[in-house]
Design a protein around this ligand. Structure first.
Ligand code: KIV
Length: 277
């Protein structure tokens, strides 16, 4: 696979080829996601819950995002790498947003940034795009503003709410975003938005008709057990395998079965050894 570009993603939408995207927050995960041929890696602020043990994405800082983007960029040369702009890093002014998006690209090394919000941030999105930074939008359930939304609920269920989501998606498209994440919306709404905007939509609980799908890596491989949303499919339960391996290691240590001869170093001269004793 060669480096995935905005042009390639747009072509995929045009040809009806679905786009795959997962999160990664470190070098080894990024390496394996790249090896699997996934087109986009999101260094998501979901790292708050999956790797930092926090309750929400709100406390995540620019420094933490840059810290996690860097090893992902090293581990995955082929996928497009999108870095999440953390809460508070783009809501003060266009200047603040451009400065922070520039930091994610310059210091972190990602190819694009993701911002949560619709019409209300279209001006900010345009400013960031005009500064030469590709932007992925994110509408529907936006975890950074979960207090405002009143909890983790499906968005866009009423006609009015669906119309608002469509207007948000169109505003992001017009502002120059290259793609939009649709989180937790009814399948019919995901389908409508996908048909009405020119740029690729990536669903997470957005139904089967989006141009692509994204899952949080830790959810899909069984490394996060606190809660499992309805839209998650667990492809493997690594958590269970890891606990089994650790229990076996512990048992072998206690029973003196690890390490074996093949795991140890020798090579000290017999005479030297006697002298040492
Ligand atoms: O931070 C994240 O992982 C995300 C996905 C849920 C799309 O924004």
């Amino acid at each position: 696979m060669s480096k995935v570009t905005i042009q390639k993603l747009q072509k995929m939408k045009g040809q009806g080829e679905r786009i795959s995207m997962t999160t990664a927050y470190d070098y080894p995960t990024a390496y394996f996601v790249d090896k699997a041929g996934i087109e986009i890696i999101l260094v998501g602020d979901s790292l708050a819950m999956t790797v930092l043990g926090l309750d929400t994405t709100v406390p995540v800082t620019m420094e933490q995002m840059i810290h996690h983007i860097k090893p992902v960029v090293k581990g995955a040369p082929n996928p497009m790498i999108v870095g999440d702009m953390p809460f508070g890093s783009y809501n003060v002014s266009k200047e603040q947003a451009v400065a922070n998006a520039t930091r994610l690209m310059k210091e972190g090394g990602c190819d694009a940034v993701k911002l949560e919000g619709g019409k209300e941030i279209a001006g900010v999105v345009k400013a960031v795009v005009d500064a030469g930074i590709p932007v992925m939008g994110h509408i529907g359930l936006t975890p950074q503003t979960i207090s405002k939304l009143g909890g983790f609920k499906v968005q866009g269920k009423s006609t009015e709410a669906a119309e608002k989501l469509l207007a948000d998606a169109r505003a992001l498209d017009e502002a120059g975003a290259f793609s939009i994440v649709l989180e937790c919306v009814p399948e019919e709404v995901g389908r409508l938005i996908t048909a009405k905007v020119g740029i690729p939509t990536i669903g997470i609980g957005g139904g089967r008709y989006c141009d692509g799908q994204v899952l949080v890596f830790h959810d899909m491989v069984g490394l996060f057990e606190k809660f499992i949303p309805k839209f998650v499919k667990r492809y493997v339960n690594l958590g269970e395998e890891v606990v089994k391996a650790l229990e076996e290691f512990k048992r072998e240590v206690k029973e003196g079965k690890f390490p074996l001869e093949e795991h140890v170093f020798g090579g000290v001269d017999e005479e030297e050894l006697k002298r040492l004793y």
